[in-house]
Write a protein that binds this ligand. Structure first.
Ligand code: SF4
Ligand code: SF4
Length: 452
């Protein structure tokens, strides 16, 4: 057994080193994940965060029931790889997270602001979740109120505060970005920003401002397919020019300016082959350039809220997406998150006490999918609905669905998250399994590199 990533210190303190009578029957913990690698079998404990490299014989031990007196399992039993048959591990994980939450900093400040400059957009994507919503844009008067709100509520971290520009298409109202960043600079606020954009308007003056005034570090751009598919599905309002080529040139411009570009490939049931061709084009054009990454996102064709959990079509889509990810990984372009080595108490800005969304009309929210309701306040009065603020942090996991699930300690489902289906189906589990195995392998590669 080789320890690749040690047990997390809080877990060590909370769980301790359990002792059992020799004749107690122990079963493997339900939180174990395995991944084969060239040197053996990796085993990740989702609750303690420990990652081990095991021989095949050791890995086999961790799949069966043993008596606690069996010397071969003792080093594992001491670290919660084995538990008593009747142990309720879901409860244990809940108690542990309740303990960790006692230490969350709940001081009332914000350090991350996601600002919607407009709900309007220059594209007409068929899958846009803002379709049918009012296309309002932020005025300069509201932008000034936003600046004052930030000045009143901010706490600057080491790198200042972070701003994320969102929409609609945020560059469709670039004046507001110019205004807010100019005013914050005048007030000597340190900030860096990111943006979710279609990239069409990211050139000329916008590109210069992005680098010099907006302190833009990273943009996320969605691509739906190769030239013909992209131009058809985006359906830009402009009659002239070729949007696909324009966006490709703008990506070049961003990378040359030292701004990272993260491409989101929207994977539907129909576009697997076309996205595979697109990856070839992206590899040829941007492969090896610093700051260029690609990740995939599933666009389910069926209504997730009506999803039964046994939908084979969704599982097939998930498998197709994984095939694309493997291709990206082979070309060193896949953005793979690091394996968790500490417990993540928050999932996203919705349950983070220090992140807030500002809508074009100055209303405050917690999740980008709620732009017309579920407000928590506004830029003039701050948070006025604390109950709503707290409801965004409420868990969406249910004991019936999640009991005994190996992902339980690392699955942060939020009650109000519209991205989560009501049930957890085969596709969700498949994707989670795939992701964690990739992260385990990446952590092991990193360990080996450091050991050289
Ligand atoms: S939501 Fe799904 S993956 Fe998460 S703990 Fe529940 S059953 Fe497991
Ligand atoms: S959609 Fe879900 S993951 Fe995204 S911000 Fe909202 S709650 Fe968080």
């Amino acid at each position: 057994m080789v320890i690749i990533q040690p047990m997390e210190k809080n877990a060590k303190q909370f769980i301790g080193a359990p002792t059992f009578a020799d004749d107690t029957l122990l079963r493997p913990s339900s939180f174990l994940h395995f991944a084969k690698c060239a040197d053996g079998v990796l085993c990740f404990h989702a609750l303690t965060k420990e990652l081990l490299l095991l021989s095949p014989a050791e890995a086999a031990l961790l799949t069966e029931t043993h008596a606690a007196g069996d010397a071969a399992i003792r080093p594992f039993a001491e670290k919660h790889y084995f538990v008593e048959q009747a142990q309720d591990e879901t409860k244990l994980a809940d108690e542990f997270y309740a303990f960790l939450r006692l230490f969350v900093n709940r001081d009332e400040y914000f350090s991350a602001y996601r600002i919607f400059t407009t709900m309007d957009c220059n594209a007409r994507c068929y899958y846009c979740y803002e379709m049918g919503r009012p296309r309002i844009s932020m005025t300069q008067e509201t932008a000034e109120k936003v600046v004052r709100f930030i000045l009143r509520t901010k706490k600057e971290k080491k790198n200042g505060i972070s701003l994320a520009w969102f929409g609609g298409e945020p560059l469709y109202n670039a004046e507001v970005i110019n205004y807010i960043t100019r005013r914050l600079s005048e007030e000597r606020v340190t900030f860096a920003s990111t943006m979710v954009t279609n990239g069409y308007l990211m050139r000329g003056e916008n590109l210069i401002n992005a680098k010099e005034r907006w302190h833009l570090r990273r943009v996320q751009i969605s691509l739906d397919g190769t030239e013909e598919v992209y131009n058809r599905s985006k359906a830009y309002i402009y009659k002239e020019g070729n949007p696909y080529r324009i966006v490709m040139e703008n990506i070049d411009g961003l990378l040359d300016a030292g701004i990272s570009v993260s491409i989101r490939l929207n994977v539907s049931a129909q576009n697997l082959q076309n996205l595979s061709l697109l990856i070839d084009e992206l590899v040829a054009r941007f492969g090896g350039k610093k700051g260029f990454f690609i990740y995939t996102h599933l666009l389910f064709d069926t209504d997730r809220k009506k999803f039964t959990g046994d939908d084979d079509a969704q599982l097939l889509q998930a498998k197709n997406m994984t095939a694309l990810e493997e291709k990206l990984q082979a070309n060193r372009l896949l953005g793979v998150h690091m394996l968790e080595d500490a417990h993540k108490i928050t999932k996203c800005m919705a349950d983070s006490p220090h992140a807030v969304i500002i809508l074009p009309n100055g209303k405050l929210g917690k999740c980008e999918h709620y732009s017309e309701d579920h407000f928590i306040g506004d830029v003039e009065n701050g948070i006025t609905d604390r109950a709503q603020f707290l409801e965004f942090a409420a868990s969406g996991k249910t004991p019936e669905m999640c009991g005994g699930c190996s992902f339980y300690p690392i699955c942060n489902r939020l009650k109000l998250c519209p991205d989560e289906p009501l049930v957890c189906g085969k596709a969700d589990k498949f994707l989670r399994q795939n992701r964690i195995e990739r992260q385990m392998l990446k952590a092991y590669e990193k360990y080996k590199k450091a050991a050289k």
